[in-house]
Design a protein around this ligand. Structure first.
Ligand code: V0D
Length: 252
């Protein structure tokens, strides 16, 4: 299957050393350091969020090129509601801005968009823009671009537990049938493979309530690079290091 990436530079592909072996099938990213990037430049925090949008597209392009199957980006956490109202309002306009600029390229690259998290609680205008993109891209069968929006890992697990209890109550499920695989079906990520690689930017080395259940065996890769400065070369560096790690899944 060939993926058309008109703006991809040949040089960057060569940095990948042509090794399409041992590519992570699912990459999850915590996009951290936008506010700090702006403060360092003497700009308001929101200027960092705005710049971060362009880094998202750089990674989408590079990940599709690397034949990654799922790319999950942590865009808004359940904890982010504690931020100033003005910052939240700004953030909620970014999906529409991103899609206005980049949806044509996403279509061209055969990328399908989806979300995980409590989608319904987002502002109407934000939901509309994202729903439009989900509908437009639903027949694409290339990479899945999965935005974690209003997502919290503990909430996701609690939500699964409540649905399971409910299904047991109404005899749709038996306690005996419940195992790790079936539990996974009750998570937002139902049907997706667990992340193979999790990247976090800006020097923080924590999971911060992101994909708690799913990252049991995930390789973590941290960088001091702030999210707005994340580009193709940082991406290939992460992939290269992942490719050289040995994964054991608890075995020998
Ligand atoms: C700010 C850095 C793209 C992290 C990236 C609503 C924080 C820029 C999206 C996006 C955000 C979401 C859904 C979609 C298309 C694009 C986005 C938010 C924040 C939170 F379908 N960037 N981005 N969403 N930032």
């Amino acid at each position: 299957m060939s993926i058309k990436i008109p703006f991809f530079k040949k040089k960057q592909k060569e940095e990948f050393q042509g090794e399409l072996e041992n590519v992570p099938r699912h990459v999850a990213i915590i996009m951290d350091g936008n506010g700090r990037w702006a403060e360092r430049k003497g700009l308001p925090r929101v200027a960092g969020h705005k710049e971060g949008v362009h880094a998202v597209n750089k990674v989408v392009r590079a990940a599709a090129k690397a034949d990654v199957e799922v790319l999950t980006m942590f865009a808004f956490s359940t904890e982010n509601w504690k931020r100033p109202k003005s910052e939240i309002e700004f953030l909620m306009k970014l999906p529409k801005e991103f899609l206005h600029v980049y949806l044509p390229e996403i279509m061209e690259n055969n990328v399908r968009i989806n979300t995980i998290g409590e989608f319904e609680a987002l502002p109407e205008h934000t939901k509309e823009a994202i729903q439009h993109a989900i509908d437009e891209t639903k027949h694409n069968d290339g990479m899945l671009l999965n935005f974690a929006l209003n997502y919290g890992g503990r909430f996701e697990i609690m939500r699964a537990v409540k649905q399971i209890v409910n299904d047991i109550d109404c005899a749709k499920l038996s306690v005996e049938a419940l195992d790790e695989n079936l539990f996974s079906d009750y998570l937002y990520t139902n049907g997706l493979q667990d992340p193979d690689l999790l990247i976090r930017t800006s020097g923080e080395q924590r999971l911060s309530n992101f994909m708690l259940w799913q990252s049991a065996y995930t390789e973590f890769w941290f960088t001091d690079v702030l999210w707005p400065d994340f580009d193709e070369s940082v991406w290939w560096q992460a992939l290269n290091e992942y490719q050289h790690r040995k994964r054991r899944f608890g075995g020998l």
